[in-house]
Ligand binder design. Structure first.
Ligand code: C2E
Ligand code: MG
Ligand code: MG
Length: 402
């Protein structure tokens, strides 16, 4: 530590102060700087100075330092608060990699604090009955009938109101809460499907799985339990995973194979936004491709339509069912349907709603505003067979949205 202090001292100007706070933590007070740039440059100099090894007796030691900077000019904080802020910034520097510096940002601090609060609130959300599942219909584009419903979790937060999954699932994934939430959604959605199947027996339910859930060996048990307790047939449960999750972790493959062995179906969510590798579609015995809404958005242009058509043909050649996500406008619906895509989902066909409203939709039969009860969307070139059982030889390739 003496060697560290010596090196730090060598970097300072007359009148600057360096002090050891604790263990391997030092504080440097730089006075009379004319701009934040100077503080930034000083922090960079500290990082740079430790790139060369330290001499400790006859040994050479390599250290990497992380520096956090808090500016006094930017606020009226007390000295203690400045130290805390610099500490926070140092932690952020550490997280971004070795040998970095980071300037304190109050907004960043607020959002980090909020995540901590949210994480602690989430611990009890299931017990306190604050979660609920909404369901979004997935529609057969030929008949307008509902083929399945996607379960989408919501959190009725006691202070913040209704939260969408994007604002709390990533937080839940940082800790263990995702396991409990995931198991609860599975059980709730399967039980709900069982009720709806009394009036429509071929209805299926789609449940989203996050990467963390797929790494948790308890998932197989959770799925089994949800199937057993609800009494639904395994193929009526569709598990949705995104492409990025599939390839993120080598253990995912064995987990997916164990899940598939239960007889459930597998859908690739947001297809086209990740690696779009054809080899994994075959390897994981995927059943359904859900084409990401970015492609649906573009389908009205000639280029967008041919891209969309290409994905549909790819899926079809692999014997997969196809679902277009994010259909918002009648013109998109017509274009998507003309590509022989089987099914669609989107605000135009019905947004996520509470379970009670779904029962009404089911009793109405088809989505009337768009399809009428018997009419079909005009389309060209639809094959008689909706699934192509013979898998044609397609080699591994990669595709990205433009
Ligand atoms: P996702 O699985 O792709 O779900 C579709 C999302 O798109 C939903 O957002 C839905 O409200 C939204 N959406 C539907 N139709 C349209 C449309 O026409 N236009 C546009 N712009 N958006 C549309 P939501 O409910 O906010 O869910 C976001 C994501 O959160 C989901 O994306 C899914 O990845 C994740 N998620 C939802 N529920 C769960 C869950 O129970 N567990 C896990 N692990 N993730 C979940
Ligand atoms: Mg989904
Ligand atoms: Mg999706």
């Amino acid at each position: 530590m003496t060697a560290v202090a010596d090196r730090l001292r060598g970097l300072l100007r007359e009148g600057d102060t360096v002090a050891r706070f604790s263990g391997d933590e030092f504080g440097i007070l730089l006075e009379g700087l004319s701009s934040p740039k100077e503080a930034k440059a000083a922090a960079a100099r500290v990082v740079e100075a430790f790139r060369a090894p330290l001499q400790a007796g006859d040994r050479q030691i390599r250290l990497s330092v992380s520096v956090g900077v808090s500016l006094a000019s930017a606020s009226r904080h007390s000295a203690e608060e400045h130290v805390r802020n610099a500490d926070f910034a140092m932690f952020a520097a550490k997280q971004s990699g070795k040998g970095r510096h980071h300037m304190y940002d109050a907004e960043e601090r607020r959002s980090a604090d909020e995540r901590v609060r949210l994480r602690s609130d989430l611990q009890n959300a299931v017990i306190r009955n604050e979660l609920r599942v909404d369901y979004q219909p997935i529609i057969d584009l030929r008949s307008g009938a509902i083929t399945s419903l996607e379960a989408l979790v919501r959190w009725q937060h006691p202070d913040r109101g209704l939260l969408l999954p994007g604002s709390f699932i990533p937080v839940a994934e940082e800790g263990d809460a995702i396991t409990e939430i995931g198991a609860w959604v599975l059980a709730t959605a399967c039980a709900q499907l069982r009720v709806w199947q009394k009036s429509k027996s071929d209805l299926a339910i789609c449940v989203n799985l996050s990467g963390r859930q797929l790494q948790d060996p308890a998932l197989v048990g959770d799925v089994k339990r949800a199937l057993r307790q609800s009494g639904i047939e395994p193929p009526s449960l569709i598990l949705e995973v995104t492409e990025t999750i599939l390839l993120a972790d080598p253990t995912t493959e064995s987990m997916l194979l164990r899940l598939k062995a239960l007889g459930v179906r597998l859908a690739i969510d947001d297809f086209g936004t990740g690696y779009s590798s054809i080899s994994y579609l075959r390897r994981f015995a995927v059943d359904i491709l859900k084409i990401d809404l970015e492609f649906t958005k573009e389908v009205e242009s000639a280029e967008g339509e041919s891209l969309f058509r290409g994905i549909v043909e790819l899926g079809r050649s692999l014997g997969l069912e196809l679902v277009a996500e994010g259909i918002e406008r009648p013109a998109q619906l017509a274009r998507v349907a003309a590509t022989t895509c089987d099914q669609g989902q989107g605000f135009l066909l019905g947004g996520p709603t509470e379970a009670g409203a779904v029962a009404e939709l089911l009793s109405a039969g088809a989505i009337p505003a768009i399809f009428g009860s018997t009419s079909s969307v005009p389309r060209s070139g639809r094959k008689a067979s909706r699934r192509n059982p013979s898998r044609s030889p397609v080699t591994s390739a990669s595709m990205r949205p433009t």
